[in-house]
Design a protein around this ligand. Structure first.
Ligand SMILES: N[C@@H](CCC(=O)N[C@@H](CS)C(=O)NCC(=O)O)C(=O)O
Length: 201
């Protein structure tokens, strides 16, 4: 029985898992169930897999369904011995992944607010963007040497976060004033795993 990945083609959190599977060349072991869902209208199939109603969720035979992208990527890395969470750099990798996930959360929150709130609040959206911008500045200033090292899950998460900013917040111009990150992002996007998982929708 293949594992089942509850997914969507636009989610940056799902993309982290899809990139990992692509890098590992293990799609033969995972079936994708593309089921978009929203906070106001949770898809029943997603709710059955995750009481929070969020994707990604990974249904597997060996134990309970896994959810939260970080749990799933850690599980698959361990299952397939991929080395994307190397012990020698573990805390750096987890911190970069956490920062990247937080960029996604702020960016997704802005999208949900614009779509689902009766009266979208521009000040709140700007405050969310400030979180994104500050985190990108920190990466530009302090994380570039890490980004040029061997592939790890922090880099994958950052690539997915930047791809999501391009998809949903292109007008905010995240590249401005961040030349090193801009260059890294362009190079990272050329990886076959990133090219095969460009978000849509
Ligand atoms: N922390 C979670 C966040 C997952 C998440 O927010 N996914 C979005 C899609 S991008 C979702 O399922 N939204 C539906 C909802 O919030 O009800 C993770 O890393 O997997």
């Amino acid at each position: 029985m293949p594992m089942i990945l509850m997914s969507s083609k636009a989610s940056p959190f799902v993309r982290k898992v899809r990139v990992l599977i692509q890098e590992a060349d293990r799609w033969a072991e995972v079936e994708e169930n593309v089921t978009p869902t929203t906070p106001l209208d949770s898809a029943p199939a997603v709710l059955a897999a995750n009481p929070l109603g969020k994707i990604p969720a990974l249904i597997r035979e060996e134990g309970p369904t896994l959810h939260d992208s970080r749990v799933i990527t850690r599980y698959l890395d361990d299952r397939w011995s991929l080395g994307l969470y190397p012990a020698s750099r573990l805390w750096e990798v987890l911190t970069l992944e956490s920062m990247s996930d937080a960029i996604m959360e702020a960016a997704l929150g802005m999208v949900y607010a614009a779509k689902f709130h009766a009266a979208p609040d521009a000040a709140w959206a700007d405050a969310q963007w400030t979180k994104v911008a500050r985190t990108l500045d920190a990466v530009e200033d302090r994380w570039i040497s890490h980004l040029s090292g061997p592939l790890d899950m922090g880099q994958v998460a950052l690539g997915c976060a930047l791809g999501y900013l391009d998809l949903r917040h292109g007008n905010r111009g995240w590249r401005e004033g961040r030349p090193v990150l801009t260059e890294w992002s362009a190079r990272f996007a050329e990886r076959p795993s990133m090219a095969a998982t460009v978000p849509a929708g």
